[in-house]
Structures are given as structure tokens and as C-alpha cells.
Design a protein around this ligand. Structure first.
Ligand SMILES: NC(=O)c1ccc[n+]([C@@H]2O[C@H](COP(=O)([O-])OP(=O)(O)OC[C@H]3O[C@@H](n4cnc5c(N)ncnc54)[C@H](OP(=O)(O)O)[C@@H]3O)[C@@H](O)[C@H]2O)c1
Length: 312
């Protein structure tokens, strides 16, 4: 894809790392990369990483409108709707690849908006944290128009270890993302319950974690088991309760939203525990801090260590 004009909107933890891969790709293939972030101060901190030849949009996001492929990775539905609305007011014939985690209903609305102005919109949420983005090991989910997908597929291969294609119905991309996050939240809930039982009965948490690592050798059990076992819930490199509650609400509502209500009791319970965790320690803790509530209800101190100490 020589000469491809690529753009990236949103240089947060995810977008910054993904832009580095795209900058390398553009340099190697005679293409170009233009990046945009709402807060322009961010440009100073990414310039060294992104390297030569990258253009920094100085004003509104619609400066990206001339690109062939425009990636978006912003915080939430409101931000993505705002960005895509501004982009589609000016762009023509672009493929907008939205890597933000959104409500599936928002994907439908944004696809319609893009189609009206002669652009294509793909729902393209990802699994993996910023460090996985940096290492090029994300799991890329995608749903939407097949010609648009064919155009961007080579770009996914730069930063994803796998691409999961849900077909042409755009809402299915973020539905799969919600299902995946539901599974992770369920794992956290179960780890929290079993750790609370062990803590109440004075079982050495490091030995329990050894069992977990031996019997469930997967990243979610390892990372969240360690946080819960040690009781440290700093949000750096993690996922804040604010995002966890947004996801839990979307997970609980997605069935009804798309015409088939489904009862998800584990997620409802985990949501209730997250709400109580916010009351206990604040919204900025990692979502695995819901485990403090299980300890509280077992008659223990909610937190094993003070949460204002250095975390992780
Ligand atoms: N972090 C993860 O582990 C992870 C994993 C998978 C998926 N995701 C998803 O990826 C997306 C980005 O996550 P992140 O971790 O990169 O978030 P982040 O570090 O908090 O960055 C958020 C980005 O969104 C921008 N933004 C916020 N509100 C905006 C608005 N109203 N208009 C325009 N831009 C706005 C921010 O711009 P400013 O700099 O101006 O604030 C920033 O560039 C989210 O949808 C998240 O759910 C995250």
C-alpha cells in the first residue's frame, strides 16, 4: 500500500503506542502519518517516539480529513461521536477505523453518519493493554463493510497478533468487546471471592497465587490475582473503576439494547461490588479493587495496604 495517507486521532495510552507502529509503516512504505490530539501538549511527549516525517495537526480533528484511513482511539462514546461527527463533516471516501471501546448502539449511529457523507466506518475495538499495543500484540476485533476491512487489514497486521472479524454488522465488534470484558470481570469477581475466603481463614496469599499460576496460567488470572493478593490497586497501567463501571452497564444493557435481554447475574454482582469499592477508595483504583468489598463483607479491613502508598 505504497503512498497510503494514514491519520490517527487520539494520542492517549493506546493511540500513542499504535501511532508509533503506523509511523514506522508509513516511513517504510512511502506513505504518510498525520496525528491529532485534543490537548496539543501531548505532541511534545510523543515526538521523539514517533520519529521523523510525522505531521501534527495544530487545530481541529477535521484537519485529518484528507487521509485515506483515519484511526480513532478516544475515551468514550461522547468523545468518539464528537470526533467522528467533525471528521465526516469534511472527509470524503475515507475509512474511519474506530478503536475506542464503545456501546454497540454508538457503532450503528456512527456507521450511518459516515455513510451519509461518503465515508466508511469500522468498529475496531482491541483487547490488550498499552504495553501489548507497544509490543504489537493486540487482539484486533473488527466489524463493518468488507471492502473497507480489506483496505485496512494490512495495517492491523502491524500491531495485532490476531484479527477477529465479526462480519459486516458493525454493532457486533463492540458486542464481542463487551463479552470479552464480561469474562475478565467475572474472573476478577471469582478471584475476589476466593481470596476473601483465604484471607478470612489465614491462607498465605502468595501460596494461593502459586496455585493460580500453576493451574490457570493465563494473563488475567496472573495479573489480577497478584493485585488482589497484594491488595494494591493503583490505576497506572491498569483499568480504572470508572471504565469498569461503564463497561458493566453496557454489558448488562447490550442484550436489551439489541432486542434480546439476557440476565447476567455475575456481572450485576460485580457491578454492585465496584460501586461499593468507589465509596471505599475512589474511582481511580483498578477495577480489581472490587475485592476490597468481599473482604469488608467477610469482616476484614477492606484494604490490606494503604492505597496512597506506592502501588504495584
Ligand atoms: N488502556 C487500556 O488498557 C485499553 C485497552 C483496550 C481498549 N481501550 C480503549 O481505548 C480507548 C482509549 O483508551 P486509552 O487508554 O488510550 O485512554 P486515555 O489514555 O485515557 O486517553 C484518552 C484519549 O481520548 C481523548 N479524549 C477524551 N475525551 C475527548 C473528547 N471529548 N474529544 C476528543 N478526544 C478526547 C484524550 O485526549 P486528551 O489528551 O486531550 O485528554 C486522549 O487522547 C478507550 O475507548 C478505551 O476504553 C483501552
Amino acid at each position: 500500500m505504497a503512498g497510503l495517507k494514514i491519520a490517527y486521532a487520539g494520542l492517549g495510552n493506546m493511540g500513542e503506542n499504535l501511532s508509533v507502529h503506523l509511523a514506522n509503516y508509513a516511513r517504510a512504505n512511502g506513505g504518510s502519518l498525520t496525528v491529532w490530539n485534543r490537548s496539543k501538549g501531548k505532541y511534545d511527549s510523543v515526538k521523539a517516539e514517533l520519529g521523523e516525517g510525522v505531521t501534527y495537526a495544530a487545530g481541529d480533528v477535521d484537519e485529518l480529513a484528507g487521509a485515506d484511513v483515519i484511526f480513532v482511539s478516544v475515551l468514550n462514546d461522547a468523545a468518539s461521536t464528537d470526533v467522528v461527527t467533525r471528521l465526516t463533516a469534511k472527509a470524503k471516501g475515507a475509512v474511519i477505523v474506530d478503536q475506542s471501546s464503545l456501546n454497540p448502539k454508538t457503532s450503528i449511529a456512527l456507521e450511518q453518519l459516515a455513510a451519509k457523507s461518503g465515508n466508511a466506518y469500522l468498529a475496531a475495538p482491541v483487547f490488550g493493554r498499552p504495553d501489548a499495543a507497544k509490543a504489537g500484540k493486540l487482539i484486533q476485533v473488527v466489524a463493518g463493510n468488507k471492502d473497507a476491512k480489506a483496505k485496512v487489514r494490512p495495517l492491523f497486521n502491524i500491531f495485532a497478533r490476531a484479527v477477529l472479524d465479526l462480519g459486516e454488522e458493525v454493532q457486533k465488534g463492540n458486542t464481542l468487546k463487551l463479552m470479552g470484558n464480561a469474562l475478565i470481570l467475572g474472573v476478577i469477581e471469582l478471584l475476589a471471592e476466593t481470596y476473601a475466603l483465604g484471607d478470612a481463614l489465614d491462607i498465605d496469599p502468595s501460596v494461593f497465587q502459586q496455585f493460580i499460576d500453576l493451574f490457570f496460567p493465563t494473563p488475567s488470572y496472573g495479573a489480577y490475582g497478584n493485585k488482589i493478593g497484594k491488595g494494591t490497586f493503583g490505576s497506572a497501567g491498569g483499568f480504572r473503576l470508572e471504565g469498569g463501571l461503564k463497561d458493566a452497564n453496557n454489558i448488562l444493557n447490550v442484550g436489551a439494547d439489541l432486542g434480546h435481554p439476557v440476565n447476567l447475574p455475575t456481572i450485576a454482582l460485580a457491578k454492585e461490588h465496584m460501586e461499593r469499592a468507589v465509596e471505599l477508595g475512589g474511582i481511580d483504583m483498578d477495577w480489581s479493587s472490587l475485592s476490597a468489598v468481599l473482604r469488608e463483607r467477610a469482616g476484614l479491613e477492606p484494604f490490606k495496604v494503604k492505597q496512597d502508598e506506592p502501588k504495584q
